[in-house]
Design a protein around this ligand. Structure first.
Ligand SMILES: [Zn+2]
Length: 420
Protein backbone atom coordinates (compact mmCIF):
# COMPACT_ATOMS: atom_id res chain seq x y z
CA UNK A 1 0.00 0.00 0.00
CA UNK A 2 1.37 3.36 -0.98
CA UNK A 3 1.81 6.14 1.53
CA UNK A 4 1.13 9.81 1.02
CA UNK A 5 2.86 12.71 2.69
CA UNK A 6 1.39 16.17 3.17
CA UNK A 7 3.59 18.85 4.67
CA UNK A 8 1.85 22.07 5.63
CA UNK A 9 4.08 24.88 6.77
CA UNK A 10 2.21 27.65 8.57
CA UNK A 11 4.69 30.52 8.64
CA UNK A 12 4.96 32.30 11.99
CA UNK A 13 3.12 29.64 14.06
CA UNK A 14 4.52 30.20 17.56
CA UNK A 15 3.75 27.50 20.09
CA UNK A 16 2.41 30.06 22.54
CA UNK A 17 -0.43 30.97 20.15
CA UNK A 18 -1.59 27.37 20.32
CA UNK A 19 -1.15 27.19 24.11
CA UNK A 20 -3.19 30.34 24.54
CA UNK A 21 -5.99 29.11 22.26
CA UNK A 22 -6.16 25.95 24.38
CA UNK A 23 -6.17 27.92 27.62
CA UNK A 24 -8.98 30.16 26.38
CA UNK A 25 -10.94 27.15 25.07
CA UNK A 26 -10.85 28.50 21.53
CA UNK A 27 -11.55 25.38 19.47
CA UNK A 28 -8.92 24.16 17.01
CA UNK A 29 -10.65 20.82 16.49
CA UNK A 30 -8.65 19.64 13.52
CA UNK A 31 -5.21 20.37 14.92
CA UNK A 32 -6.39 18.61 18.11
CA UNK A 33 -7.61 15.70 15.98
CA UNK A 34 -4.15 15.34 14.38
CA UNK A 35 -2.54 15.55 17.83
CA UNK A 36 -4.85 12.77 19.07
CA UNK A 37 -4.04 10.59 16.11
CA UNK A 38 -0.34 11.35 15.98
CA UNK A 39 2.55 12.93 17.79
CA UNK A 40 2.58 16.43 19.23
CA UNK A 41 6.02 18.00 19.57
CA UNK A 42 5.67 19.95 22.78
CA UNK A 43 9.29 21.03 22.88
CA UNK A 44 10.04 21.94 19.27
CA UNK A 45 12.55 24.63 18.32
CA UNK A 46 13.67 26.50 15.26
CA UNK A 47 17.22 27.69 14.54
CA UNK A 48 19.18 30.94 14.26
CA UNK A 49 18.47 33.34 12.67
CA UNK A 50 14.74 32.63 12.94
CA UNK A 51 14.00 34.24 9.59
CA UNK A 52 11.73 32.78 6.92
CA UNK A 53 14.01 31.75 4.05
CA UNK A 54 16.90 30.42 6.15
CA UNK A 55 14.55 28.38 8.35
CA UNK A 56 12.21 27.15 5.59
CA UNK A 57 15.29 25.83 3.75
CA UNK A 58 16.69 24.37 6.95
CA UNK A 59 13.54 22.30 7.51
CA UNK A 60 13.62 20.92 3.96
CA UNK A 61 17.39 20.34 3.91
CA UNK A 62 17.53 18.94 7.44
CA UNK A 63 20.35 21.32 8.41
CA UNK A 64 21.04 24.84 9.58
CA UNK A 65 23.28 27.45 7.96
CA UNK A 66 26.59 25.62 8.60
CA UNK A 67 25.29 23.49 5.68
CA UNK A 68 22.80 25.71 3.81
CA UNK A 69 24.97 28.85 4.05
CA UNK A 70 21.84 31.00 4.44
CA UNK A 71 21.83 33.38 7.41
CA UNK A 72 19.80 36.07 5.62
CA UNK A 73 22.76 38.50 5.73
CA UNK A 74 26.23 38.94 7.20
CA UNK A 75 29.18 41.30 7.10
CA UNK A 76 32.09 40.38 4.86
CA UNK A 77 35.14 41.80 6.66
CA UNK A 78 37.37 41.57 3.56
CA UNK A 79 34.99 43.48 1.33
CA UNK A 80 33.72 45.81 4.05
CA UNK A 81 30.13 45.16 3.01
CA UNK A 82 26.95 43.41 4.02
CA UNK A 83 26.25 40.30 1.93
CA UNK A 84 22.62 39.22 1.41
CA UNK A 85 22.01 35.48 1.17
CA UNK A 86 18.64 35.74 -0.65
CA UNK A 87 17.63 32.20 -1.74
CA UNK A 88 21.02 30.59 -1.18
CA UNK A 89 20.88 26.95 -0.09
CA UNK A 90 23.98 24.77 -0.42
CA UNK A 91 22.11 21.85 1.14
CA UNK A 92 20.19 19.27 -0.82
CA UNK A 93 16.41 19.70 -0.53
CA UNK A 94 13.91 16.96 0.27
CA UNK A 95 12.35 17.78 -3.14
CA UNK A 96 15.63 16.95 -4.89
CA UNK A 97 15.83 13.64 -3.04
CA UNK A 98 12.26 12.80 -4.11
CA UNK A 99 12.96 13.77 -7.70
CA UNK A 100 16.10 11.60 -7.82
CA UNK A 101 14.05 8.68 -6.55
CA UNK A 102 11.21 9.47 -8.98
CA UNK A 103 8.66 10.11 -6.22
CA UNK A 104 6.11 12.52 -7.67
CA UNK A 105 5.49 15.75 -5.80
CA UNK A 106 3.56 19.00 -5.92
CA UNK A 107 4.59 22.16 -4.12
CA UNK A 108 1.90 24.78 -3.54
CA UNK A 109 4.06 27.83 -2.86
CA UNK A 110 6.63 25.94 -0.77
CA UNK A 111 9.23 28.17 -2.41
CA UNK A 112 12.27 26.28 -1.10
CA UNK A 113 11.48 23.62 -3.72
CA UNK A 114 11.11 26.08 -6.60
CA UNK A 115 13.76 24.88 -9.09
CA UNK A 116 15.11 22.73 -6.25
CA UNK A 117 13.09 19.57 -6.90
CA UNK A 118 9.95 21.13 -8.38
CA UNK A 119 9.31 23.39 -11.38
CA UNK A 120 6.49 25.22 -13.13
CA UNK A 121 6.79 23.03 -16.22
CA UNK A 122 6.95 19.52 -14.81
CA UNK A 123 3.57 18.00 -13.91
CA UNK A 124 5.14 15.19 -11.89
CA UNK A 125 7.28 17.60 -9.88
CA UNK A 126 5.07 20.64 -10.08
CA UNK A 127 5.70 24.01 -8.45
CA UNK A 128 2.85 26.51 -8.17
CA UNK A 129 2.90 30.03 -6.82
CA UNK A 130 -0.74 31.06 -6.52
CA UNK A 131 -0.14 33.88 -4.01
CA UNK A 132 -3.11 35.05 -1.97
CA UNK A 133 -4.20 33.88 1.44
CA UNK A 134 -4.62 30.44 3.04
CA UNK A 135 -8.02 29.92 1.42
CA UNK A 136 -6.72 30.17 -2.12
CA UNK A 137 -3.78 27.85 -1.43
CA UNK A 138 -5.80 25.28 0.55
CA UNK A 139 -8.43 25.25 -2.21
CA UNK A 140 -5.77 24.15 -4.71
CA UNK A 141 -4.90 21.26 -2.42
CA UNK A 142 -8.59 20.39 -1.93
CA UNK A 143 -9.28 20.40 -5.69
CA UNK A 144 -6.34 18.04 -6.13
CA UNK A 145 -7.59 15.68 -3.42
CA UNK A 146 -11.26 15.80 -4.44
CA UNK A 147 -11.01 15.88 -8.25
CA UNK A 148 -7.38 14.97 -9.05
CA UNK A 149 -7.12 18.33 -10.76
CA UNK A 150 -4.88 21.38 -10.58
CA UNK A 151 -6.18 24.52 -12.22
CA UNK A 152 -3.39 26.60 -13.77
CA UNK A 153 -5.61 29.34 -15.16
CA UNK A 154 -5.25 28.85 -18.92
CA UNK A 155 -5.04 25.10 -18.61
CA UNK A 156 -5.53 22.49 -15.96
CA UNK A 157 -3.68 19.33 -15.12
CA UNK A 158 -5.52 16.11 -14.45
CA UNK A 159 -3.81 13.29 -12.57
CA UNK A 160 -4.79 9.62 -12.79
CA UNK A 161 -2.89 9.28 -9.53
CA UNK A 162 -2.22 12.32 -7.40
CA UNK A 163 1.41 13.08 -6.43
CA UNK A 164 2.44 11.17 -3.32
CA UNK A 165 4.27 14.10 -1.77
CA UNK A 166 2.37 17.33 -1.28
CA UNK A 167 3.83 20.57 0.07
CA UNK A 168 1.71 23.54 1.09
CA UNK A 169 2.95 26.83 2.43
CA UNK A 170 0.72 29.53 3.93
CA UNK A 171 1.89 32.83 5.39
CA UNK A 172 -1.25 34.18 7.10
CA UNK A 173 -0.11 33.89 10.73
CA UNK A 174 3.16 35.60 9.88
CA UNK A 175 1.38 38.39 8.02
CA UNK A 176 -1.19 39.01 10.75
CA UNK A 177 1.44 38.57 13.48
CA UNK A 178 3.69 41.29 12.02
CA UNK A 179 0.75 43.65 12.60
CA UNK A 180 1.18 46.01 9.65
CA UNK A 181 -1.36 48.86 9.51
CA UNK A 182 -3.54 46.87 7.09
CA UNK A 183 -3.27 43.09 7.13
CA UNK A 184 -5.34 39.96 6.41
CA UNK A 185 -7.32 40.54 9.61
CA UNK A 186 -8.10 44.19 8.83
CA UNK A 187 -6.72 47.15 10.72
CA UNK A 188 -3.67 46.65 12.95
CA UNK A 189 -4.03 45.73 16.61
CA UNK A 190 -3.18 48.44 19.11
CA UNK A 191 -2.46 46.09 22.01
CA UNK A 192 -0.47 42.86 22.29
CA UNK A 193 -3.56 41.03 23.56
CA UNK A 194 -5.47 42.11 20.46
CA UNK A 195 -2.55 41.22 18.14
CA UNK A 196 -2.51 37.67 19.50
CA UNK A 197 -6.29 37.39 19.33
CA UNK A 198 -6.23 38.36 15.63
CA UNK A 199 -3.59 35.71 14.97
CA UNK A 200 -5.62 33.05 16.79
CA UNK A 201 -8.74 34.06 14.89
CA UNK A 202 -6.80 33.50 11.65
CA UNK A 203 -5.57 30.17 12.99
CA UNK A 204 -9.16 29.05 13.59
CA UNK A 205 -9.96 29.70 9.91
CA UNK A 206 -6.91 27.71 8.83
CA UNK A 207 -7.94 24.92 11.21
CA UNK A 208 -11.27 24.62 9.39
CA UNK A 209 -9.41 24.16 6.09
CA UNK A 210 -7.21 21.50 7.71
CA UNK A 211 -10.48 19.75 8.60
CA UNK A 212 -11.56 19.86 4.96
CA UNK A 213 -8.22 18.30 3.95
CA UNK A 214 -8.71 15.51 6.51
CA UNK A 215 -12.22 14.87 5.20
CA UNK A 216 -11.04 14.85 1.56
CA UNK A 217 -8.36 12.29 2.48
CA UNK A 218 -10.96 10.14 4.27
CA UNK A 219 -13.32 10.35 1.26
CA UNK A 220 -10.45 9.33 -1.00
CA UNK A 221 -9.76 6.44 1.38
CA UNK A 222 -6.13 7.42 1.84
CA UNK A 223 -6.28 9.16 5.23
CA UNK A 224 -4.95 6.15 7.14
CA UNK A 225 -2.08 5.83 4.68
CA UNK A 226 -1.19 9.52 4.83
CA UNK A 227 1.50 11.23 6.83
CA UNK A 228 0.61 14.80 7.75
CA UNK A 229 3.23 17.16 9.13
CA UNK A 230 2.30 20.64 10.27
CA UNK A 231 5.00 22.95 11.59
CA UNK A 232 6.56 26.36 11.18
CA UNK A 233 9.75 28.33 10.56
CA UNK A 234 9.54 30.58 13.64
CA UNK A 235 7.14 32.24 16.08
CA UNK A 236 6.75 35.96 16.71
CA UNK A 237 7.35 38.55 19.44
CA UNK A 238 6.01 42.09 19.77
CA UNK A 239 8.22 45.15 19.49
CA UNK A 240 7.49 48.82 19.93
CA UNK A 241 8.97 52.24 20.70
CA UNK A 242 12.31 53.49 19.40
CA UNK A 243 15.31 51.36 18.42
CA UNK A 244 17.83 50.47 21.13
CA UNK A 245 20.71 50.77 18.64
CA UNK A 246 21.83 54.16 20.09
CA UNK A 247 21.87 52.61 23.58
CA UNK A 248 23.92 49.66 22.41
CA UNK A 249 26.40 51.99 20.69
CA UNK A 250 26.74 53.93 23.95
CA UNK A 251 27.30 50.72 25.93
CA UNK A 252 29.91 49.47 23.45
CA UNK A 253 31.70 52.82 23.63
CA UNK A 254 31.92 52.29 27.39
CA UNK A 255 33.74 49.03 26.58
CA UNK A 256 36.39 51.10 24.77
CA UNK A 257 35.31 50.89 21.11
CA UNK A 258 35.41 54.15 19.18
CA UNK A 259 34.29 53.86 15.59
CA UNK A 260 31.03 51.97 15.77
CA UNK A 261 29.13 51.77 12.51
CA UNK A 262 25.59 50.67 11.72
CA UNK A 263 25.11 49.69 8.07
CA UNK A 264 22.81 47.73 5.79
CA UNK A 265 25.24 48.04 2.91
CA UNK A 266 28.86 49.26 2.75
CA UNK A 267 31.13 50.65 5.43
CA UNK A 268 31.55 54.27 4.35
CA UNK A 269 34.90 55.44 2.89
CA UNK A 270 35.52 57.52 6.01
CA UNK A 271 35.66 54.41 8.20
CA UNK A 272 36.74 51.82 5.63
CA UNK A 273 40.08 51.17 7.27
CA UNK A 274 39.47 52.22 10.83
CA UNK A 275 36.16 50.82 12.00
CA UNK A 276 36.14 49.11 15.39
CA UNK A 277 32.63 47.67 15.38
CA UNK A 278 30.15 47.05 12.55
CA UNK A 279 26.54 46.16 13.22
CA UNK A 280 23.47 45.39 11.15
CA UNK A 281 19.95 44.37 12.05
CA UNK A 282 17.14 42.31 10.56
CA UNK A 283 14.55 44.18 12.61
CA UNK A 284 14.81 42.96 16.20
CA UNK A 285 18.18 41.40 16.92
CA UNK A 286 21.50 42.92 15.90
CA UNK A 287 24.56 41.22 14.40
CA UNK A 288 27.84 42.67 15.63
CA UNK A 289 31.41 42.27 14.31
CA UNK A 290 34.70 43.49 15.78
CA UNK A 291 37.69 44.53 13.68
CA UNK A 292 40.27 43.34 16.17
CA UNK A 293 40.75 39.60 16.66
CA UNK A 294 41.94 40.33 20.21
CA UNK A 295 38.47 41.22 21.51
CA UNK A 296 37.31 39.01 24.38
CA UNK A 297 33.85 38.10 23.08
CA UNK A 298 32.81 36.35 26.30
CA UNK A 299 33.60 39.43 28.33
CA UNK A 300 31.51 41.64 26.02
CA UNK A 301 28.70 39.07 26.09
CA UNK A 302 28.53 39.09 29.89
CA UNK A 303 28.63 42.88 30.05
CA UNK A 304 25.79 43.17 27.53
CA UNK A 305 23.64 40.50 29.16
CA UNK A 306 23.60 42.56 32.36
CA UNK A 307 21.79 45.41 30.57
CA UNK A 308 18.08 45.71 31.24
CA UNK A 309 17.14 45.87 27.54
CA UNK A 310 19.15 42.81 26.45
CA UNK A 311 17.88 39.27 26.90
CA UNK A 312 20.72 37.29 25.38
CA UNK A 313 24.02 37.75 23.54
CA UNK A 314 25.60 34.78 21.76
CA UNK A 315 29.26 34.68 20.80
CA UNK A 316 30.58 33.29 17.51
CA UNK A 317 31.55 30.00 19.18
CA UNK A 318 28.14 29.61 20.81
CA UNK A 319 26.48 30.27 17.45
CA UNK A 320 28.72 27.74 15.69
CA UNK A 321 27.70 25.18 18.34
CA UNK A 322 24.10 25.78 17.35
CA UNK A 323 24.80 24.99 13.70
CA UNK A 324 25.12 28.60 12.52
CA UNK A 325 27.48 29.59 9.66
CA UNK A 326 30.69 30.96 11.23
CA UNK A 327 30.56 34.33 9.46
CA UNK A 328 27.09 35.15 10.81
CA UNK A 329 28.18 37.33 13.78
CA UNK A 330 30.98 37.84 16.26
CA UNK A 331 28.21 38.54 18.75
CA UNK A 332 24.46 38.32 18.14
CA UNK A 333 22.50 40.54 20.53
CA UNK A 334 18.82 39.89 21.17
CA UNK A 335 16.72 42.36 23.17
CA UNK A 336 14.02 41.71 25.75
CA UNK A 337 10.65 42.17 23.99
CA UNK A 338 9.30 44.74 23.23
CA UNK A 339 12.76 46.38 22.87
CA UNK A 340 14.28 46.11 19.39
CA UNK A 341 17.36 47.00 17.38
CA UNK A 342 15.58 48.19 14.27
CA UNK A 343 17.88 49.93 11.78
CA UNK A 344 15.44 52.80 11.47
CA UNK A 345 16.50 54.69 14.57
CA UNK A 346 14.33 57.74 14.03
CA UNK A 347 11.07 55.80 13.89
CA UNK A 348 8.89 55.18 16.93
CA UNK A 349 6.97 51.94 16.39
CA UNK A 350 3.44 51.77 17.76
CA UNK A 351 3.18 47.97 17.93
CA UNK A 352 4.70 45.47 15.52
CA UNK A 353 5.60 41.80 15.53
CA UNK A 354 8.95 40.37 14.46
CA UNK A 355 10.71 37.01 14.60
CA UNK A 356 14.47 37.50 14.28
CA UNK A 357 14.93 37.09 18.01
CA UNK A 358 16.35 34.62 20.51
CA UNK A 359 13.28 34.96 22.70
CA UNK A 360 11.29 31.77 23.30
CA UNK A 361 8.27 33.38 21.59
CA UNK A 362 10.05 33.15 18.25
CA UNK A 363 12.26 30.13 18.86
CA UNK A 364 9.59 27.72 20.09
CA UNK A 365 7.23 26.55 17.38
CA UNK A 366 4.17 24.38 16.85
CA UNK A 367 4.58 20.88 15.41
CA UNK A 368 2.43 17.81 14.86
CA UNK A 369 3.04 14.67 12.82
CA UNK A 370 0.61 11.85 12.19
CA UNK A 371 0.87 8.79 9.99
CA UNK A 372 0.68 5.00 9.93
CA UNK A 373 4.06 4.49 11.60
CA UNK A 374 3.77 7.39 14.04
CA UNK A 375 2.69 6.67 17.61
CA UNK A 376 -0.84 7.82 18.34
CA UNK A 377 -1.82 10.35 20.98
CA UNK A 378 1.86 10.69 21.82
CA UNK A 379 3.37 13.81 23.30
CA UNK A 380 7.05 14.13 22.53
CA UNK A 381 8.48 16.05 25.49
CA UNK A 382 12.11 15.80 24.35
CA UNK A 383 13.71 18.89 22.89
CA UNK A 384 13.47 18.50 19.12
CA UNK A 385 14.75 20.75 16.33
CA UNK A 386 12.74 21.50 13.21
CA UNK A 387 15.65 20.12 11.13
CA UNK A 388 14.95 16.68 12.69
CA UNK A 389 11.45 16.32 11.25
CA UNK A 390 12.09 15.56 7.57
CA UNK A 391 15.05 13.21 8.29
CA UNK A 392 12.67 11.29 10.59
CA UNK A 393 10.15 11.05 7.74
CA UNK A 394 12.92 9.86 5.39
CA UNK A 395 13.74 7.08 7.85
CA UNK A 396 10.09 6.00 8.10
CA UNK A 397 9.43 6.15 4.36
CA UNK A 398 12.78 4.52 3.54
CA UNK A 399 13.90 7.46 1.44
CA UNK A 400 17.57 8.55 1.54
CA UNK A 401 18.05 11.53 3.80
CA UNK A 402 19.24 14.81 2.26
CA UNK A 403 22.99 14.97 1.62
CA UNK A 404 24.80 16.84 4.45
CA UNK A 405 21.71 16.71 6.68
CA UNK A 406 22.60 17.14 10.34
CA UNK A 407 19.08 16.44 11.67
CA UNK A 408 18.55 13.63 14.17
CA UNK A 409 16.00 10.87 13.62
CA UNK A 410 13.39 11.11 16.37
CA UNK A 411 13.07 7.39 16.99
CA UNK A 412 10.77 7.57 19.98
CA UNK A 413 7.82 8.81 17.86
CA UNK A 414 8.06 5.84 15.50
CA UNK A 415 5.94 2.73 16.11
CA UNK A 416 7.88 -0.50 16.20
CA UNK A 417 5.78 -1.94 13.37
CA UNK A 418 2.85 -0.92 11.26
CA UNK A 419 -0.59 -1.82 12.54
CA UNK A 420 -3.34 -1.76 9.92
ZN1 LIG B 1 8.48 33.07 8.27
Amino acid sequence: MENYFIYINIDGFAKYYFDLARKLNIPLYNLECLINEGCYFENLWTGIPSITFPMQSSILSGAYSNVTGNVSKYFDKEKNKIVYCKHLNYGETFGEVLRNKNNSLISIQQFVLNSRGASYEDRDFLYLQPGGDYKKRFNILLELLRNNRVDLGEKSIFYDKIPKFIFLYVDDLDEVGHNAIFNYEGLMAFSERKRISKVISRLQKIDIKIGEVIKALIDKKIYKRSYILITSDHGMVPFKGRSSIPRLIKDLKKCGFKNIIYTDDLVSKEYENNWDVVMTSTGIEVQVWFNSTEVDLNKIKHKLEKKDYIEKALTRDELIDKGVFEGFSDILVSPIPPYHFNGNISKRFLLRGGHDSLNEGTQRIFGVLKGPLIKENFICKDSVKNIDLIPTLCEILKIPVMRSSTGTIIRKVIKSKEID
